[in-house]
Ligand binder design. Structure first.
Ligand SMILES: CNc1ncnc2c1ncn2[C@@H]1O[C@H](COP(=O)(O)O)[C@@H](O)[C@H]1O
Ligand SMILES: [Zn+2]
Length: 353
């Protein structure tokens, strides 16, 4: 990846209207907020502040270390006021870099110790963006509820039923995710909940192939979710099945490299997907944890694929069709995109490398 090309693409990628379709709420938390919360909690011995700071400040950490960090984050963020604050800050940060639509995914949490149920957790999330502050006039927010791989079948079904009920009540819930530590949990545990989600008309965006697990990858591809996240560790057979499936892939470049899942961006499988014209959407996964932004991810992709500006714009606009937004909103997003892109694009001439 050419650093100069990366820098040259940044102004356009920042100005470009963008859609974020794969970002976890507690992975998007501002580092400053996380450190502040960690300091507060270290006073009661809940976490070791020095340990948390050292893990947060590491540039690269293995997937197991990343999930250890998520365990610490859960410790310091699981109360309603903090959940609302984090959501507000995350949406403000996305809006500030010209993200016009986000499908924010999060795992509803039961925590009786603080009087938290999955529903009260989701209500705290929604309180974070149902305000009329200026930031929220610039961005459409939709929610995807995550099933965590540590959960039981019953707990997963509870999340799907909650998503359905809250959507029926008019909440901006658009789908279901399966995520969490890929080293644990089995596909058959989650299949009943994912089947129920499909029966309820909830689209599925599933993490897939983060670790080598050909049997699970085959089961997921056979189930044909609406979108897939990552797909990093596929053997030839699964790779061919993925290409044949045409299931859109959420590409998380920095996340895959920072977790040592992919050695470097230049070796990332998204290059082959792009060249095969497989539907892809550039995402951040956990912009707070991996110290990245969606603009930066687009600049990384553009410099790695050696794209000209028109191709970058086309890649960003294509995300609208891969989103779970309702048809009317997709139309609005296309209009917004066309208008704001032409109005704001920096002087970088179209066609320049
Ligand atoms: C790095 N790649 C990844 N692979 C799989 N799951 C991930 C992830 N990054 C984040 N999560 C999932 O998102 C949760 C945090 O956000 P929420 O508490 O849900 O808002 C993590 O606990 C993990 O389950
Ligand atoms: Zn993810």
């Amino acid at each position: 990846m050419d650093p100069e090309a990366f820098v040259a693409h940044l102004p356009l990628c920042r100005a470009l209207p963008k859609l974020e379709l794969h970002a976890h709420l507690n992975g998007s938390i501002r580092s400053s907020t996380l450190l502040e919360l960690a300091a507060e909690h270290s006073q009661n011995g809940a976490v070791s502040y020095p340990e948390l700071v050292s893990i947060i400040e590491k540039e690269k950490r293995s997937l197991p270390e990343t999930f250890k960090l998520f365990g610490l984050i859960r410790l310091v963020t699981t109360n309603h006021q903090v959940v609302t604050r984090i959501t507000r800050e995350v949406i403000e940060d996305f809006a500030a870099e010209n993200i016009i639509y986000v499908e924010l995914r999060t795992t509803p949490k039961n925590n009786p110790a603080v009087g938290m149920t999955k529903r009260s957790y989701m209500e705290a999330v929604m309180a974070g963006f149902n305000t009329d502050s200026i930031a929220f006039n610039r961005i459409y927010v939709r929610l995807i509820l995550s099933i965590d791989r540590r959960e039981t079948t019953e707990a997963a079904i509870e999340t799907v039923r909650l998503a359905f009920d809250m959507r029926q009540e008019g909440c901006e819930i658009v789908g279901i995710d399966l995520s969490g530590d890929p080293a644990i949990g089995e596909w058959k545990t989650f299949l009943p909940a994912l089947t129920l989600a499909r029966e309820m008309g909830l689209p599925l965006a599933l993490h897939c192939g983060e670790v080598h697990n050909p049997e699970e990858v085959k089961s997921i591809l056979d189930f044909h979710p609406e979108r897939l996240g990552h797909v990093c560790c596929l053997d030839d057979l699964e790779w061919q099945a993925l290409l044949a499936s045409k299931i859109p892939v959420e590409v998380c470049l920095t996340s895959n490299v920072a977790t040592l899942t992919v050695p470097c961006v230049a070796d990332h499988h998204f290059v082959e997907l792009y060249k095969a014209k497989h539907p892809i959407v550039i995402c951040t996964d956990d912009p707070g944890i991996f110290c990245t932004t969606l603009s930066r991810e687009y600049a990384l992709a553009a410099s790695c694929l050696d794209l000209v500006s028109e191709e970058v714009v086309k890649l960003a606009k294509e995300a609208i069709n891969l989103s779970f937004a309702e048809p009317q909103l997709k139309q609005t997003l296309h209009q917004l995109f066309d208008f704001s892109h032409l109005k704001q694009a920096p002087s970088l001439p179209i066609g320049a490398p």
